[in-house]
Design a protein around this ligand. Structure first.
Ligand code: ADP
Ligand code: MG
Length: 393
């Protein structure tokens, strides 16, 4: 059985968007891009099939049940190395199947040695929960135990779960650090660690927590490091954390290449909400993710849209965890047409078939922009992104 149900109590606003200063410095031309049709992208020929991998037969069965037929490029290249216990740096865009790239070989590792304990660190609680969700799907019948340690949820519950043996701890840096400080997690027990979306963690100001956790881990360990971008800061962390790593980069195209991007010019004096209203009534706007800058603005916009008769939900740091998960579920399952979100709340989320991403407010950085529009056009589909630009002339 899994011990992974949680209760929500308090919310700690540490990870929410709007913290960085907002800039209008991105040139509008960067928001315009014709999507290259999916057919133009060379078809990837994996070297391996899941069957080829030297992994447990039951795990292979679980992969088939998940509907995964062939490995994605990062899975194809990383899994054989991870299976050999080599440290791996995986550089790959969002939506390329990184989660399974580390989960599959690590589940296999646990199946070979039931005493193995793996720690996975992800930047946001939604991502941590998403990873645990995928783990549960793979390992449903395999008697593998996991616990998810993220902020905004009852620490007491997590502490109780930590009294039991867990093969996988999945958590966010801040909460993990608290639990380590309180001697509820003993880093010396973990010989395998995954840093997922390391660049995001850095962006979010978790560098001290990352260093603290890595410093407490045994020197002899297996370290996997995933990042979409490689800055000099990231290189520094790689040098500090990994030992003789293999570097795998499968960034052969921009994530955004298959997202059709355009701007919507808003004349001064025009209400952005009216323009949005017009768009949302158009054909094809079936599953729309709208980004706003502040928690308050996001909440307000979603209320306005509901007032106008749309089915809309919102996700931002002022909502408690249960409400956030609920909003996400309603959107994922197509019970609402619209999800209004702040940047951080939506980071890395995997939602199928988002027809449009609308930047109601400009993103603070180009990086945030790429992240936002990466929520559409997933799994090689063509997506659409529209960015509202207020015309000041
Ligand atoms: P990333 O972490 O790189 O952003 P995810 O691990 O969230 O990407 O995967 C994106 C989506 O692709 C998920 O819905 C996942 O279930 C799906 N996926 C991953 N690997 C495969 C595969 N080999 N075949 C089909 N779908 C896959
Ligand atoms: Mg991921």
């Amino acid at each position: 059985m899994y011990r992974n149900s949680f209760k929500t109590r308090s919310f700690r606003p540490r990870n929410d968007g709007g913290r960085r200063s907002f800039s209008q410095n991105i040139h509008p031309s960067k928001f315009i891009n014709k999507a290259s049709s999916v057919n133009e992208t060379a078809v990837f020929k994996p070297e391996h099939t899941f069957r080829d991998f030297n992994i447990d037969e039951q795990l292979k069965l679980a992969i088939t049940k998940m509907g995964y037929e062939t490995p994605t490029p990062i899975q194809d290249k990383a899994i054989p190395h991870i299976l050999k216990n080599t440290d791996v740096i995986g550089i790959a865009n969002t939506g390329t199947g990184k989660t399974a790239a580390f989960l599959i070989p690590l589940i296999d590792k646990v199946l070979r040695n039931r005493k193995e304990q793996v720690m996975i660190i992800a930047p946001t609680r939604e991502l941590a929960i998403q990873i645990e969700g995928e783990l549960i799907k793979f390992a449903r019948d395999l008697k593998i135990y996991s616990v998810c340690c993220v902020g905004g949820m009852s620490i007491g519950h997590q502490i109780r779960e930590l009294r039991y043996f867990n093969n996988f701890i999945i958590g966010t840096p801040g909460r993990l650090r608290d639990l380590i400080d309180n001697k509820k997690i003993f880093l010396s027990e973990y010989r395998t660690i995954v840093l997922d979306e390391a660049d995001r963690m850095l962006d979010m100001g978790f560098v001290n927590e990352m260093r603290f956790i890595m410093a407490g881990m045994p020197k002899e360990r297996h370290t996997l490091f995933f990042s979409a971008t490689v800055s000099s800061e990231i290189e520094k962390l790689i040098k500090e954390f990994l030992s003789q790593p293999i570097r795998i980069s499968v960034k052969n195209r921009d994530t955004s290449a298959n997202v059709e991007q355009d701007v919507v010019k808003i004349r001064r004096g025009t209400d952005k909400v009216d323009v949005l209203h017009g768009l949302l009534n158009k054909e094809g706007f079936s599953k729309v993710l709208i980004f706003g800058r502040t928690k308050h603005g996001v909440e307000k916009l979603s209320k306005i849209l509901v007032g106008k008769g749309f089915k809309a939900e919102s996700i931002h740091g002022n909502k408690n965890h249960v409400k956030r998960q609920q909003a996400l579920r309603l959107f994922k399952n197509n019970h609402v047409q619209i999800l209004v979100a702040t940047d951080v709340a939506a980071r890395g989320l995997d939602i199928a078939d988002v027809s449009h991403v609308i930047n109601f407010d400009l993103p603070a950085t180009y990086d945030d922009y790429v992240h936002r529009i990466g929520r559409t056009g997933r799994a090689n589909m063509v997506g659409k992104a529209l960015t509202f630009i207020v015309d000041n002339v």
